[in-house]
Write a protein that binds this ligand. Structure first.
Ligand SMILES: CC(C)(COP(=O)(O)OP(=O)(O)OC[C@H]1O[C@@H](n2cnc3c(N)ncnc32)[C@H](O)[C@@H]1OP(=O)(O)O)[C@@H](O)C(=O)NCCC(=O)NCCS
Length: 155
């Protein structure tokens, strides 16, 4: 069994999922259905959470998704998830979504989502996660933003 370290760098757990938007994923307007997008966001966040805690993790909340733009069928959708701050057993994760038109290579940032995952043990009980280390100014800024968001959500 792998040894779980006391601290992990933010860069370790970055999760990325790319999907080609097929016709069965569309809504009545011919764009990616919101429910499919939520599933992709959840999957990318799960990858980041599982990497950070080195074991099982469940979705506790998806508390914010900003839908900034529609994503047409035929797009390549990429969800990039980062663990931005941690509590005892919980992990605050931001998922940035971009859509690419593969015929031109043009990319647009379309959505931002925020999720909380909780690490669990073999009995399904919350389990302490490694501390999170921010190594760059950009990471330190992300962590500060996430901590402020966490404080607001728990008021
Ligand atoms: C998430 C879950 C493990 C929490 O268990 P619990 O016994 O209620 O845990 P606690 O109240 O002790 O909270 C544990 C941690 O989760 C956090 N948490 C629990 N519910 C939360 C929520 N809705 N939003 C944000 N954080 C939450 C707590 O703040 C705490 O964080 P901390 O340890 O970092 O301080 C449990 O509710 C569960 O299993 N839910 C179902 C998950 C699921 O089925 N997800 C969908 C499929 S993956």
């Amino acid at each position: 069994m792998a040894i779980i370290p006391e601290v992990r760098p933010m860069s370790y757990s970055r999760g990325e999922i790319t999907t080609f938007v097929m016709p069965h994923m569309q809504n009545v307007l011919g764009d990616l259905f919101g429910g499919h997008l939520m599933a992709l966001v959840d999957q990318a966040a799960a990858v980041a959470a599982i990497r950070h805690c080195g074991g099982r993790a469940v979705t506790a909340a998806i508390d914010r998704v900003d839908f900034k733009a529609r994503i047409p069928v035929g797009s390549l959708v990429t969800c990039i998830a980062t663990v931005d701050c941690v509590g005892n057993s919980s992990m605050d994760i931001t998922v940035e979504v971009t859509a690419e038109d593969p015929s031109t290579g043009e990319k647009r940032h379309t959505h931002t989502a925020h999720a909380v995952f909780v690490a669990i043990d073999e009995h399904g009980k919350p389990k302490r996660v490694p501390r999170l280390r921010a190594d760059t100014p950009e990471e330190r800024e992300r962590m500060a933003r996430a901590e402020a968001h966490r404080a607001r959500m728990r008021q």
